[in-house]
Design a protein around this ligand. Structure first.
Ligand code: C5P
Length: 297
């Protein structure tokens, strides 16, 4: 017997970042949109906890207990006083260290899969609690759709979305570490007064109307200067997408994946081809959102 859970990637359509808190985390106004690029986590009974991974980026996925999928299984097993004796297999399609919450997706997927396999019957609230312990973006991977994340991003309020938004994503040659990007944000903003970030009303209206032009005008990412500072080559990728007809360009979360909002699927294909041909990225993917969060298949 095994259980498979499919979990989407995310793009942040607004990432407002406050100054570092005493605990080192940053309060956020984080507007998440789940997009149709997925990891699948399959859990099967085994003698002991084991993680395997397949997919284009599999070689850079840790298979030990630092993997968020393993940590999710351990967290649920510990709460129930049971042995986490499972094989977790991750079919990975979300880029690794890309700013698209691939690790978080695996954490949320493993949690939902183990809950179903073990019949632990955890409530939604308990699952969300465990997700928040695992990482700031993990609760959103569970719920999907679109949501405003406050606190360090883990406190979620669902958002209305009145249509489908089309995107192209350009994967970079190497990854960026999220803590390193936040540290660079701290360095670049040192000595500056940073106002408390708030969700942009124009952006929320654009989402609720399903209006890509209005969303394009409102996209912001306070981590983008930090990501570009650590990875200057991304500027050429953004420029290529803009020239190819994207409505707006943006670094996805802490990067280095770059995101291109386009009016429709046809333009998505054209922009993806231009990016691919330019040699300014490793590979491209097209995806639309919003899509549902972690789903048992
Ligand atoms: O919560 P998560 O483990 O995903 O965060 C990874 C790292 O990103 C944190 O250790 C911290 O350095 C940084 N971070 C932050 N503020 C947030 C979320 C993450 O500084 N709101």
């Amino acid at each position: 017997m095994s259980v498979t859970v499919r979990v989407p990637a995310k793009v942040n359509v607004q990432l407002g970042v406050a100054a570092a808190r005493p605990d080192g985390f940053h309060d956020l106004a984080n507007v998440f949109l789940a997009v149709g690029l997925y990891d699948e986590v399959t859990v099967t009974p085994a003698d002991e906890l084991r993680v395997t991974c397949a997919g284009p980026d599999a070689a850079s996925v840790p298979l030990d207990r630092t993997n968020l999928a393993a940590r999710a299984a351990l967290a649920l097993a510990e709460r129930r006083g049971i042995e986490p004796a499972v094989h977790l297999h991750i079919a990975k399609d979300i880029p690794v260290a890309g700013g698209m919450a691939g690790g978080s997706a695996d954490g949320a997927g493993a949690l939902v899969a183990c809950d179903a396999l073990w019949g632990t019957g955890a409530s939604r609230a308990e699952l969300l609690d465990i997700c928040a312990e695992l990482g700031s973006d993990v609760p959103f991977s569970l719920v999907g759709g679109a949501a405003l994340g406050t606190g360090r991003g883990e406190k979620l309020a669902p958002l209305e979305v009145g249509g489908t938004f089309h995107w192209v994503f350009a994967m970079a040659e190497r990854g960026l570490s999220t803590p390193a990007v936040f540290r660079e944000f701290d360095r670049l903003t040192a000595g500056r007064e940073i106002p408390a970030p708030e969700a942009d009303p124009a952006l929320l209206t654009a989402l609720s109307k399903g209006d890509p032009e209005a969303l394009a005008a409102a996209l912001t990412n306070d981590l983008q200067p930090a990501a570009l500072s650590l990875y200057p080559e991304l500027a050429a990728t953004l420029k290529t997408g803009e020239q190819a007809g994207a409505l707006a360009t943006l670094v996805s979360g802490s990067g280095p994946t770059t995101a291109f909002l386009v009016p429709d699927a046809t333009t998505a294909t054209r922009v993806a081809t231009a990016l691919q041909d330019s040699g300014t990225c490793r590979t491209t993917r097209t995806a639309a959102g919003p899509v549902p969060g972690a789903t048992v298949l």
